[in-house]
Design a protein around this ligand. Sequence first.
Ligand SMILES: *[C@@H]1O[C@H](CO)[C@@H](O)[C@H](O)[C@H]1NC(C)=O
Ligand SMILES: *[C@@H]1O[C@H](CO)[C@@H](O)[C@H](O)[C@H]1NC(C)=O
Ligand SMILES: *[C@@H]1O[C@H](CO)[C@@H](O)[C@H](O)[C@H]1NC(C)=O
Length: 604
Amino acid sequence: MELANFIPGKGFRKLNIFQKMKTSGLIGLLLLVLVYGDDATRKPNFVIIMVDDLGMGDVGCFGNDTIRTPNIDRLAAEGVKLNHNMVPAPTCTPSRGAFLTGRYPIRMGLASKLPNTMFGFNTGIGGMPSSEITFAEMLKSTGYATAALGKWHLGLHSFSFGHNFEFHPLNQGFDFFYGTPLTNMNECADTPNGRSSIMSLWHDFYTVITNVTVFLYSLVGLLRFSRVVGPTSFKVLLLLTTIIAIVAYCMPYYNYRFECVLLKNYEAVEQPFRLQNMTLRLTKYATSFIEENKEGPFLLYLSFLKVHTAMFTSKNFTGVSKHGQYGDNVEEMDWSVGRVLAKLDQLELTKNTFVFFTSDHGGHIEEISIEPGREGEREGGWNGIYKGGKSQVWEGGVRVPTIARYPPLIPQGSEISVPTSSMDVTPTLASLAGVKIPRDVTIDGVDITKLLAGKDKAPPHEFLFIYCGPWIHGVTYRPKTDDISYKVVFTSPKWTPDTEGCFNTWLCRCHGEWVDHHDPPLVYDLTHDPSERRPLDPTNSDVRKITSKAIEAVDIHEGTVVPVINQFQRFRVGPLYPWLQPCCNFPLCSCVEEGYENWDLVDF
Ligand SMILES: *[C@@H]1O[C@H](CO)[C@@H](O)[C@H](O)[C@H]1NC(C)=O
Ligand SMILES: *[C@@H]1O[C@H](CO)[C@@H](O)[C@H](O)[C@H]1NC(C)=O
Ligand SMILES: *[C@@H]1O[C@H](CO)[C@@H](O)[C@H](O)[C@H]1NC(C)=O
């Protein structure tokens, strides 16, 4: 479908949401967008800020008294703090897919039985399907100017012989993109830090490459043996296979050039990207976008490359915090939030702009520096009183620091402690903008406008499921009749002894020998025991009731999950399609974005 839309020389013709629905055979359901009223200027603007791997304990207003996050704290003082906001899966790619669409990641194929639950190569062919409808698409359809800045991590191309950009942000409702299709990785460090995220995740990288190489040689041999190809073609094919094998085997050594790519819309503008001033650049793009669209309405999705490794800060933020490089990273991110808020103030847009601040999951506790001079320094987030972290069912993995500010609606300095979900953002944005969400799509989030406004205190969700790959490891249960939030844990990761992480695999895994199954499940009273230290007595009849309710809810939910293509299959995520590589000047694939040297003169 996508190749047809690629016009050589003219680039990619964007499908709008209606064409997209047509191509997915949903033409009968064009009821999609019903705009209430026609005064576009009255619609709120949206600034949606996503931080990477930021933990509950990393932010001042969530209880950290030694890190300085005055701008995020200001946001909380002027808005509402969501103390129990959860992501449906504690790793980047699935969590972001759910965030942008309001749906459990398994519904879009972002749930895999394999250990790799995120995308690691630009030359893979997995991604969030373009048939998914993001909040950007919903807002764009009602006249919003939309931009995505920073980390995407939801794929780039699907399989094709050209660049089809099926999974690119511009094919998901954004008018403008400046950022990386993947994520910040250790490979991308300005000065090598001796680590490789790819190799940490892909223990069997060389096994896969060896299998593919053996397969290719056998295929070439077979083609010759059965006389499908002549002796000359045979030699050419042998040579090609050898080149592919050498390129693949050497990949970990030059990978930064191919994975650390900065795109501006469809074009690679810096390769490998230089991290040092990246936050300054994103901030500049953010404030410029707001300035250009001050007549509104606009949606800005600002997705920081921070506070993920590789650690990086510009000059002004190097060595300023009390918490090493990691703290410096948090404080620079906070500065950037402050510049965005200041721009809204300056343009008198604060009142009419809904600002949402969150993280994609908890801090990564296995991320420890091996750099000489920094050995042992923690470079992953801090989850405060919460147990575990990224890639785990525990609160440290799934509870994220979240704040919403919208002066006309949200009372200043308020707090919400009932369980909410990152999937609530899509329906809430749609509601605030007066867009009807598509009726034929299962949306798992709910519109929490009234809850944010303090008008309706009822918990929006009775059950929230915590996924690890395609498995549900736990359920948060908030009975309608009770003031207590419970958590039922069916499966939990096996930790490295005396730690709360999985240091031998770098990220905890979801099944097999890597996990413990609990039968009966562990039940916690999160309201009185948020650190999940004291499981309730499983023989108690009330506890048994909670467990059976949770199991019943899982069954009902699983009945609504329709099987779809798994986007994490090996042949989709592996670096197997070299022609899909973004490259700014073939064959060097090396360039820098001009005009970003003298940051001391930049006006934010
Ligand atoms: C504040 O955050 C830093 C950086 O993550 C962490 O090292 C420190 O322990 C935190 N302090 C508190 C009181 O949570
Ligand atoms: C860095 O600090 C200097 C001196 O305080 C200041 O003039 C400059 O504006 C700062 N740069 C940024 C990007 O904040
Ligand atoms: C970042 O900006 C500073 C000026 O503030 C400059 O000296 C430095 O070279 C820049 N770094 C890169 C990688 O462009």
